[in-house]
Design a protein around this ligand. Structure first.
Ligand code: AP5
Ligand code: MG
Length: 193
């Protein structure tokens, strides 16, 4: 199976590019943000807890997130119909990165590539403020966007070094049209698949 991590700051285009990837390469998509928002919308206790972090732009605790991820992964792959999985928004901390490697190894799998979308901060903020006008997302407001960016720089971006060392990191220029960026990503996927 082709396991791809799509990596990048809030607003870098992970969700947008995942949509193109699942279509072209017939992959399953795991967006931990979408999983948590669905949980919140269901009104479950887990959803309420998740929303208390999300609305502040903070991360859900690793242990909880890792358990959720493993169960969603098994759910998406159990039928054996998918050619692979895109991880969107996971891992977000070094412990999550380690847990992902371990979880995949236990299942005889590994990460083929980590595709990191590089977009400058000014553009990220513009995109998210614009999306916030319609998205209804509780975290698409200036104050929370700033908090999400801080979390990304402090807790998430150190993962790049880990994947660089493992030879799995592919840095993609994330500015341009959606199609241009997708072409850049496709080049990487075609190389590793
Ligand atoms: P999550 O849902 O993952 O949000 P995020 O990482 O902040 O990223 P976004 O979804 O906002 O951006 P994106 O990169 O997907 O960009 P998109 O394609 O939408 O996480 C939300 C929260 O959940 C976290 O803050 C945390 O609380 C919690 N959480 C999630 N995962 C977790 C984990 N692993 N551990 C702990 N907590 C976790 O694009 C953004 C906008 O830009 C869109 O409007 C799009 O149309 C536009 N756009 C896209 N591409 C382009 C382009 N090329 N040019 C112009 N505009 C573009
Ligand atoms: Mg997203």
């Amino acid at each position: 199976m082709l396991n791809i991590v799509i990596f990048g700051a809030p607003g870098s285009g992970k969700g947008t590019q995942s949509e193109f990837l699942i279509e072209k390469y017939e992959l399953a998509h795991i967006s931990t943000g979408d999983v948590l928002r669905a949980e919140r919308d269901s009104g479950s206790e887990l959803g309420k807890l998740a929303e208390s972090y999300m609305s502040k732009g903070q991360l859900i605790p690793d242990e909880l997130m890792v358990d959720i991820l493993a169960s969603v992964y098994d759910q998406k792959t159990q039928k054996g119909e998918t050619k692979g999985v895109i991880f969107d928004g996971f891992p977000r901390t070094i412990p999550q990165g380690e847990a992902l490697a371990e979880m995949l190894e236990e299942r005889g799998q590994k990460i083929a590539a980590v595709v990191s979308l590089d977009v400058k901060e000014e553009e990220l903020i513009t995109r998210l403020i614009n999306r916030g006008k319609e998205s209804g997302r509780s975290d698409d407001n200036y104050e929370t966007i700033k908090a999400r960016l801080d979390v990304y720089y402090n807790q998430t971006s150190p993962l790049k070094e880990k994947y660089e060392k493992e030879g799995k990191l592919y840095q993609i220029e994330g500015l341009g049209t959606k199609d241009q960026i997708f072409a850049r990503i496709s080049e990487v996927i075609d190389k590793v698949k």
